[in-house]
Unconditional design. Structure first.
Lengths: 644, 310
């Protein structure tokens, strides 16, 4: 059966497909998006001409594009390749589409691609846009099979939503969730957050970004700000200028380390919702002791995700805020290596080592040096040469946290103490009302861990030179012009700032309730349902009973065999109708009524006329008019009187 | 294999009959509405499964949410499809007739207080279904005829893909109507009609000078339209009592059987139509019964029915 698609439907599909191409731009090379859009233009104007050879032409073009894609598959990866092919098929289908039957494949692919958009975007706003697009697609789909004249009515829509919403929500809450069934190809994407190499300038660049790094929710009141050192990376290899992550972090850590004194009262339980970073490393406080299944421990008591974080990831952790114990004996040796650079620093280190009797004293000496000599904390330190530590300690004396951490670690190593630089985040903005800690890239930080008394002690030289950085955040330390540097232009308007903050809060609730709802939450819900079993059974039986009573009542009532017009009259004239004589027909009855209620003469005449037309001429229009008219005049009809 | 299929068909028909006994008017109830997923519906279910797997593998709640949402849309489609057919009253025009190998257009009425969407009707699956237009209550459903006779109406399929095209919601109705299939008219040599050359001369309307009241079967060509407008209660026709009645033609069906009988019936059918068009009286002799010569639509109908049942 040939049912042609309307111009409107084709245009709607165009709109959906173009927005999909825009949404999925991350998966498409630029040239490919351009080709797709050009191919879409091929259909312009939308006239449905019957030139069959178009099919051949489009097939040839699609085959050529497919070849190009196959050539580029190495760059794009399997997942992106799949998306590209799906988009190609949707576009070529749309170019040739004529009949309703053709739209089936198109709709199928559109639904699938819309779902794939959620792999790239999980923030609330974009998700809502995708959801709106999905609704529009569903509406177009509905229009294909509905009568052309028939407009979607609000009441029906509400009814439909009332049917679907409970099913939808209960499925989401209660339908069993599974672990990933097989490994899925992940796409290559730009890494954000702390990199594996710590240059003297890398953290300064990072803190200028306003982007969210992660959020944390504590089950108990959060620890004080100066305790919030979120460890993400440990840098152990130093080449005289920059620090890199040692290769041992790439090997998987199998041992499940349990701390000796498992005093659960000292544990801090928290949940972290990490933003997309496209790398494995995650954030933890102190020494983590209990892990959720999505994360695993790695060397130096760090945690990492099982695969790169390509979408928001939520995980539960318990930590002890104690210094991290030694991982391996080999670790100490690894962190005592020195390189043949920075000779002045080496000299200074040996002087300091000679002056001090213990490691604690050495640390104290370094702190005093930073405090008493003219060292400055700045977002814009001067560039340093190859012997960066020497240049910093003896020449510029102006630096950011990475400079101080790096210099301290080198000093300690040269003085014979095992030390390393730790990268991560410090502090965060605590939102009291929403009860969560917001940690942005702004809070990126570097500090030092040195080996003393069997564990890795934390030492933050920045806390010495700029204690406000640790106590109040970065903005408190910086000069006014440096603060401006941190803020994007639009952020200076307080109204916009407020709005964006509110959006961030909403986004937080979105992540907590929707994105991070998992098996554990589901199990909890089931348990709660089980606990409330008696009440639920009672509720269900009451509902069932009412339904049954309603059912019985409906069926015991005799079916109303009267025509619709008669039923209407029975309804609206119920008061006076009982007085009507048995043999009297409605016209006679109306005449009597008119005689006694002369003020309603014209109304009664009109009703009578419509009634006759509706009942005897089976005029549907008259029936509708009658219903409307009676409804309008229902108040005056109640005033009708009958002679006693 | 064929017999198994046949048996299954038989059993299925019996089963359908048990659920819906023959009736002149049928109101679609729960018992006789069948909802089956369409091909697209099956693909859609596959999509749901794929989305669930995708959401599970990526541990992506939003994809899972979308999969559940599309599932609830599937359920909604089920309910809406059912509601679109439920409570519909189906009936048919009482007397129907066609010549064999013609397509009989059966007027089917679908009554309901609420508006319905995209209802389709057909008698057999290889016939394209007719679609009920908006705001209409009647539609013509084609029924191809093959054999002459007085035949019961086959099952009428009322179905709809509304909404979303995911389900084919249908009802197979056994309506208690019969229809006539007359033999296929087959042109014969005009020799047989020779006798009417004299009659046709007489028949020209100028020769009619008197008036008599209209009787059933009188040709409309002889109707006095002006008079009818003045006095609609008493129609009158021109009448020529002086002219002799043309010799009635007797159409005789020889007592043969098989293909020869069919051929004779077809020829007789053609002849009757020709005679009727010329308003010449004709009679029919068939297997011992005979219909005395007359003229007019009811007479033709009667003769044709006799031919159909022969």
């Amino acid at each position: 059966m040939l049912i042609l698609l309307s111009r409107q439907a084709i245009l709607s599909f165009y709109a959906i497909l173009v927005s999909l191409i825009v949404l999925l731009h991350q998966a498409l090379p630029l040239w490919y998006s351009a080709i797709l859009l050009l191919l879409l233009l091929y259909r312009w104007p939308l006239q449905q001409n019957d030139k069959v050879n178009k099919l051949k032409r489009v097939n040839v073009i699609a085959a050529l594009i497919l070849l190009l894609l196959l050539v580029a598959i190495k760059q794009s990866g399997v997942f992106h390749f799949m998306l590209q092919i799906l988009l190609l098929s949707a576009v070529s289908r749309l170019v040739l589409i004529r009949q309703r039957h053709d739209s089936h494949q198109l709709l199928w692919v559109l639904y699938f691609l819309l779902a794939c958009c959620f792999i790239f975007y999980q923030s609330m706003l974009v998700s809502l846009v995708i959801l709106a697009l999905l609704m529009f697609t569903l509406y177009c789909h509905y229009r294909l099979y509905a009568s052309k004249q028939y407009q979607l009515q609000m009441l029906q829509l509400v009814k439909a939503i009332l049917i679907t919403l409970p099913v939808w929500i209960s499925l989401f809450l209660l339908f069993p969730r599974l672990q990933p069934l097989w490994r899925i190809p992940t796409a290559e994407a730009a890494v954000t957050g702390l990199a594996d190499t710590l240059d003297p300038g890398s953290i300064e660049n990072l803190v200028q970004s306003d982007k969210l790094a992660f959020r944390a929710i504590f089950t108990d009141p959060p620890p004080p700000r100066q305790q919030l050192y979120w460890r993400a990376k440990v840098y152990e290899d130093f080449d005289g200028r920059s620090w890199t992550v040692n290769q041992r972090f790439e090997r998987r850590q199998s041992a499940n380390r349990q701390p000796e004194n498992t005093n659960a009262e000292q544990w801090i339980n928290y949940q972290v919702i990490a933003e997309v970073s496209n790398q494995r490393s995650l954030f933890a406080l102190g020494q983590p002791v209990q892990y959720a299944s999505v994360v695993r421990p790695t060397a130096a008591y760090l945690v990492e995700a099982r695969r790169p974080v390509t979408q928001r990831l939520s995980y539960q952790l318990s930590s002890m805020l104690t210094p991290v114990p030694a991982d391996t004996t080999f670790e100490q040796q690894l962190n005592s290596r020195t390189v043949n650079a920075n000779p002045e620093t080496r000299e200074l280190a040996s002087q300091l080592a000679a002056k001090s009797r213990s490691t604690a004293e050495l640390i104290e000496l370094i702190s005093t040096m930073f405090r008493q000599q003219p060292f400055y904390y700045s977002l814009n330190p001067p560039r340093l040469g190859a012997n960066s530590i020497d240049a910093f300690l003896f020449d510029s004396r102006t630096g950011f946290c990475s400079h101080y951490a790096s210099a301290t670690a080198v000093l300690l190593r040269e003085a014979g103490v095992a030390a390393r630089v730790v990268g991560g985040y410090q502090g965060g903005v605590w939102h009291e009302e929403q009860q969560y800690l917001e940690v942005r890239q702004r809070e990126a930080h570097a500090w030092v861990e040195y080996y003393d008394q069997g564990s890795w002690q934390r030492f933050d030289p920045t806390a010495v030179i700029a204690p406000e950085r640790v106590l109040a955040g970065l903005e408190a330390v910086l000069m006014a012009d440096e603060q401006n540097q941190l803020q994007a232009n639009w952020r200076r308007f307080s109204a916009l700032n407020y709005l964006s903050q509110q959006l961030l809060h909403l986004d937080y609730y979105w992540s907590v309730w929707i994105l991070s709802f998992d098996e554990n939450n589901q199990q909890n819900l089931w348990q709660q349902l089980k606990a409330a079993r008696n009440i639920l059974i009672l509720l269900a039986s009451v509902l069932l009973l009412t339904a049954m009573i309603w059912w019985l009542w409906r069926f015991r009532r005799k079916p109303d065999n009267n025509a619709a017009a008669v039923r209407l009259i029975n309804k609206y004239f119920s008061k006076v109708l009982s007085k009507k004589a048995a043999g009297q027909h409605f016209s006679q009855f109306a005449t009597v009524l008119k005689k006694h209620n002369p003020e309603y003469n014209s109304e009664l005449a009109h009703i009578d006329q419509l009634y006759q037309r509706a009942l005897f001429a089976e005029d549907q229009q008259a029936l509708v008019q009658l219903a409307d008219y009676l409804k309008q005049h229902r108040h005056s009809l109640k005033k009708l009187t009958w002679p006693e | 294999m064929k017999s198994v299929r046949h048996q299954f068909k038989h059993w299925f028909n019996n089963w359908l009959d048990k659920r819906q006994p023959k009736a002149r008017t049928v109101t679609l109830s729960q018992k006789i509405i069948y909802i089956l997923p369409s091909k697209f519906g099956l693909w859609y279910i596959l999509l749901l499964i794929l989305l669930y797997l995708l959401g599970t593998n990526y541990q992506n709640n939003l994809i899972l949410l979308m999969s559940y949402m599309l599932f609830s849309v599937l359920l909604l489609a089920l309910v809406l499809a059912w509601r679109n057919l439920h409570g519909l009253t189906v009936s048919c025009a009482p007397v129907l007739s066609a010549y064999a190998e013609e397509v009989l257009m059966v007027p089917v009425s679908l009554h309901s207080p609420q508006p319905r969407q995209q209802l389709q009707c057909n008698f057999s699956t290889n016939q394209p279904p007719s679609i009920l237009e908006d705001n209409r209550q009647q539609l013509m459903v084609p029924l191809p005829t093959t054999k002459r006779g007085f035949l019961p109406l086959p099952r009428l399929t009322v179905h709809s893909y509304f909404p979303f095209g995911l389900f084919n919601c249908k009802s197979l109705l056994n309506l208690d109507y019969h229809y006539w299939v007359f033999p296929k008219p087959l042109a014969t040599d005009p020799v047989v009609l020779n006798s009417d050359t004299s009659g046709s001369k007489n028949n020209s309307s100028e020769d009619f000078d008197t008036i008599r009241s209209y009787q059933a079967g009188d040709s409309l060509k002889l109707m006095l339209w002006k008079r009818l407008a003045r006095d609609p209660a008493n129609p009158a026709v021109k009448h020529a009592p002086s002219t002799p009645q043309p010799e009635p033609d007797w159409i005789t069906i020889p007592s043969v059987s098989g293909a020869a009988l069919e051929l004779a019936l077809s020829k007789a059918c053609y002849l009757m139509i020709q005679l009727e068009q010329r308003s010449k009286p004709y009679g029919l002799r068939i297997k011992g019964t005979s219909i005395s010569p007359s003229c007019g639509q009811p007479h033709l109908e009667r003769c044709l029915r006799e031919l159909a049942l022969c």
